[in-house]
Ligand binder design. Structure first.
Ligand code: FAD
Length: 290
């Protein structure tokens, strides 16, 4: 099924992201965890893709496996920062042959060695190419957006203008980077709607369930960390059980506030942890009609 069809639903939907392993050795473990998540029947799942293309085979295999074995709609990511047009053509053929109908089209972070694709500068180029190579309606395409602005772009108005180009090139929906204060999202939604971007925007919620995650993913993303969140990590960060519970509750609180403010479709960064997905889904069981 196309993700755009799922997003036409006026009911609340919860979807979850998983990431494939970089090495084949750990594929079975990741596939098992992702399979447990899929068995909980999220509305759809996304599978990330290494910026340098190093996870290409594992992304495709995991996406296909989840879709075939668990009958869950999958959104497979694809990055272009280090890809040639031939690489993209090959991946599109591969995704298509595996029954993948949805692609999250991304540029990817610029590699440390500075080596860039000669064919693609930005995600918008990839979006145009996917539609040109595969046909305009073969894949439902999603794009990334940044409520606090993308780190490389100094002015948010410019970032939003670039975002509009992506939507006009053929993105049917957008998913946001993590944020920990919902006002950041409401402000962003107001600004992009004012700029004429009308596609569905899925807030990306990251449940923080261990202290290291704050230093790693949160610091890398550049997301602002509110004081109450900091205090929570200070208080429970050294006790894994308490930190996990606090992190799931914080994320659930963000989600219920989004729902109360009319946001229906929410994407959760699962970090490949079924217990986090279970905690979130249990918090919304009646709302989801389960
Ligand atoms: P773009 O949309 O190309 O934007 C990148 C920068 O270029 C922005 O600052 C933008 O303002 C600027 N820009 C865009 N167009 C123009 C233009 N025409 N002229 C000048 N400047 C321009 N990374 C991975 O490697 N794998 C993943 O699976 C992955 N999944 C992600 C999922 C989500 C929901 C999000 C939010 C991010 C994800 N990322 C992933 C990270 C992402 O690849 C990086 O944030 C990357 O730096 C930007 O990718 P983008 O697609 O947003 O790029």
């Amino acid at each position: 099924m196309k993700v755009s069809e799922i997003l036409k639903n006026n009911e609340v939907t919860l979807s979850f992201e998983v990431f494939p392993p970089k090495t084949d050795a750990s594929f079975a473990d990741v596939a098992r965890a992702a399979g447990e998540i899929a068995a909980m029947k999220p509305h759809f799942m996304s599978v990330t893709y290494g910026a340098g293309g190093n996870t290409a085979a594992n992304t495709a295999q995991l996406a296909e496996q989840l879709q075939k074995e668990h009958d869950v709609t999958v959104l497979a990511h694809l990055t272009c920062v280090a890809a040639s047009r031939d690489d993209v053509r090959r991946m599109l053929t591969d995704y298509r042959s595996r029954g993948i109908e949805n692609i999250m089209a991304l540029r990817g972070d610029i590699p440390k060695d500075g080596k860039r694709s000669e064919d693609y500068l930005y995600a918008v180029d990839l979006i145009r190419d996917i539609r040109e190579i595969a046909g305009p309606d073969t894949f439902c395409i999603g794009g990334a957006c940044y409520p606090e602005g993308h780190v490389e772009c100094e002015r948010q108005s410019e970032d939003i203008a670039h975002l509009k180009e992506k939507v006009e090139a053929g993105c049917s929906f957008l998913t946001t980077q993590m944020f920990f204060d919902n006002n950041t999202l409401y402000n962003f939604l107001y600004r992009i709607r004012e700029a004429g971007i009308e596609v569905p925007v899925l807030p990306g919620i990251m449940p923080i369930t261990n202290k290291k995650q704050v230093a790693r993913s949160v610091a890398l993303s550049g997301a602002t960390v509110p004081q109450r969140f900091r205090t929570m990590v200070d208080r429970y960060g050294d006790d894994p059980r308490k930190m996990q519970q606090a992190g799931v509750i914080y994320a659930a609180e963000q989600i219920i506030d989004l729902i109360a403010n009319g946001v229906n479709h929410i994407h959760v960064y699962s970090m490949n942890k079924p217990e986090i997905v279970e905690g979130i889904l249990n918090s919304f069981s009646a709302i989801l009609g389960r």
